[in-house]
Design a protein around this ligand. Structure first.
Ligand code: PEP
Ligand code: MN
Length: 394
């Protein structure tokens, strides 16, 4: 199954189509709901930079409570179309009502049927009549066979482009919002030829669980992921607790690329230069981090949730710094090897002084105190030198 890459920047990839269900894994990401133009565009740019090829975002939201935010409706469809135009991402959004199918199909590349509507046969018949792939989510309490029968309803009406989506089912467990049925992935892959996606966000319900579930999904054979990402999860209008920050999402994509490679798959990240499996950092376009954020009138639990999210970002950065340090040490060892072959001294005080000298300008540009940065750099130099000397005496 394939979806054309559209939009003015759609040519960012050399391939004109997004292929779904082949060797290549694809990722759809974005906010739970479309909230406003700025947040949607920021989300779209960030997820594209990190390696998503589809943008998700609810225009019509099926909320358990009728008093919760129901989505911006038709206005959100316009915003999604604008985000597609601006970023080249294909759009997947939910359709709730059979009367809205044509309207949603005019704006979206993929129509999502939510868990609450998996057995809404009138709706399934209606999306069966349009020329758009359908992302069909498994109902909370639906068996795999019931999911397959729901897909059959779409196909019997003429639309064979159905993507199945496991998003967690209701069990007695309360530590997660739903229980991700990982086994459903290989079961579905065996029983049908249809692509299988996994939504780790609605299964997890908590942002720190999303990445491990995503990795399990890919290891189990999923063809794609549907992930909730928001520039400011703490202030999201829906599902903030399970939404990843752009930075955490970029880290997810990098890890997914590693697991995909381990199971003989690769990953479509839109642009060849940000392929995660080549170890390149996929930096999302992020605004500078301001220490002061709008905390609105969050209660204590809300503030603790914000703190947990910030700490998660810090942890991600620490991991990135350490992996960069490991690369630096490896390059230092390579330099040491070249020096040994050339017969020159491995320890080079002039070179080390030059590193510290450069740090003065770097510290100034980054707004960091030179003295502390120099201490850090001396530590890095010491680690590298020890590794070089170890190699020399080996
Ligand atoms: C969603 O993906 O926005 C959503 C509402 O998910 P589900 O239908 O799986 O609850
Ligand atoms: Mn959601």
């Amino acid at each position: 199954m394939s979806i054309p890459r559209t939009g003015s920047e759609g040519s960012q990839s050399t391939k004109p189509e997004i292929k779904i269900g082949g060797r290549t894994v694809v990722i759809a990401a974005g906010p739970c709901a479309v909230e406003n133009r700025d947040t949607l565009l920021a989300s779209a740019r960030a997820v594209r930079a990190a390696g998503a090829v589809l943008l998700r975002g609810g225009a019509f939201k099926p909320r358990t409570s009728p008093y919760a935010f129901q989505g911006l409706g038709a206005e959100a469809l316009e915003l999604l179309a604008q985000a597609r135009e601006a970023t080249g991402l294909a759009v997947v959004t939910e359709v709730l009502d059979p009367r809205h199918v044509d309207l949603v199909a005019r704006h979206a590349d993929v129509l999502q049927i939510g868990a609450r509507n998996m057995q809404n046969y009138a709706l399934l018949a209606e999306v069966g009549r349009v020329d758009r792939p359908v992302l069909l989510k498994r109902g909370f309490s639906a068996t795999v066979d019931e999911l397959l029968m729901a897909a059959e309803h779409v196909m019997a009406n003429g639309n064979s482009r159905v993507i199945l989506c496991e998003r967690g089912i209701r069990t007695f467990e309360t530590k997660t919002r739903n229980t991700l049925d990982v086994a459903a992935v290989p079961v579905l892959k065996r029983e049908t030829h249809l692509p299988v996606f996994v939504d780790p966000s609605h299964a997890a319900g908590r942002s720190h669980l999303v990445t491990p579930l995503a990795l399990a999904a890919i290891a189990a054979g999923a063809d794609g992921l549907l992930v909730e990402v928001h520039p400011s999860p703490a202030t999201a209008r829906s599902d903030g607790e399970q939404s990843l920050t752009p930075r955490a999402f970029a880290a997810l994509v990098r890890q997914v690329a590693v697991v995909a490679a381990a199971v003989g798959r690769d990953i479509d990240v839109g642009r060849p230069e940000v392929r995660g499996d080549e170890g390149e950092p996929n930096e999302p376009d992020e605004a500078p981090v301001s220490p002061l954020i709008d905390l609105g009138d969050l209660d204590l639990q809300g503030l603790l949730d914000v703190l947990a999210n910030v700490r998660e970002d810090i942890e991600t950065i620490d991991r990135e710094i350490i992996s960069l340090l490991a690369r630096r040490v490896a390059l230092g060892r390579r330099a040491g090897y070249v020096k040994r072959v050339a017969g020159v001294s491995v320890v080079d005080p002039i070179q080390e002084a030059a590193v510290l000298d450069r740090a003065r300008a770097l510290a100034e540009a980054a707004g960091l105190p030179y003295r502390d940065l120099a201490t850090l750099l001396r530590g890095m130099i010491a680690i590298t030198r020890r590794a070089q000397l170890n190699d020399a005496s080996a």
